[in-house]
Design a binder for this molecule. Sequence first.
Ligand code: AMP
Ligand code: MG
Length: 341
Amino acid sequence: MRFLPEEVWTCMKRHMMLLFTIFLCSFLPACASGRPHSRDTYAMDTVMRLTAYGDKGEEALDGGIDTIARMEALLSTTREDSEIYRINASGFGDVSETTADILSRTLHYADFLGGDFRPDLYEMTALWGFTGEQYRVPSEEEIEEVRNHVSGGSVSLEERKVTLSGVKLDLGAAAKGYTAQTVIDSWRKLGIHSGIISLGGNVQTLGLKPDGTLWRVGIVDPEDTNRTLCVLSVGEAAIVTSGGYQRFFEKDGVRYGHIMDPVTGTPASSDVSSVTVVSSDGLFADCCSTALYVKGFDAAVSFWREKGGFEMVLVDHEGRVYVTDGLSGSVSGCPFEVLAP
Ligand code: AMP
Ligand code: MG
């Protein structure tokens, strides 16, 4: 027996269903449309984790994993079938649209960032054994020879034609940032509203968390990589960390990190132990964090003051944390000093 007209009853049922769904969603970690889908993979010498929320999550993960594999196949310096390997071996040749795109944008950022960032210093990283993981301390003569190649060399790119003069390419400081940005862009096109990927030191987010709150991204303690030094609360952004602690070897009590100073031809002896750049662009954040690590504290702060357009967190060798003013409300879990513009 019903006391209400059919249409009112139907409308009430609809409202009750909606209320019930909202009620459920507020108690479950994520409601059906915001269910997390996660996958881990190992590529580009690092462990990666991708998480996409929503009904198309699995499709997003499949696409993301494919993109990572495709980028590694194009950009690896050690895989003999990669485009970069082929160009390094012959000194010239045509590349795919994707490789031309990352190369042209990386060369542009190299200009912008000054001589601290060189995507063509393969011979330096190889000399110290970072490419094949056969670490060694080279002689002064070897360092000098490679240093001359790099300082006098150049890369030219015309449409898809690459010509190397006296140098070889190493896109290790840019590949993960470019890949992360490509994955996030493809997820956005697919209709994903919420996602996060972590490719080693490169974290990039899409939208906000499904519950509308900010993402919490930990900054690793360079002195103890099992610890999180502090946490950044961010919306949609690329958060990229560079530091010598991420890959290094030790010889006779000296630590040699994988980020090179192109001017000296030796691993950068930076006075910061890590630089985290927060930017809207994954590739820029990746190139910039590497360059600022080489620049060191004072030059990194001057660069930020002069150019702006990004935020950063610097950690020095005493574990002190410095944060640009745009992030001052976003850091938690550690004491920090704010860098004024
Ligand atoms: P990242 O982890 O992004 O800071 O990049 C470090 C990687 O980039 C190294 O493992 C090298 O392959 C390469 N690299 C090292 N030093 C430089 C540099 N000064 N400029 C550009 N790439 C570099
Ligand atoms: Mg980088």
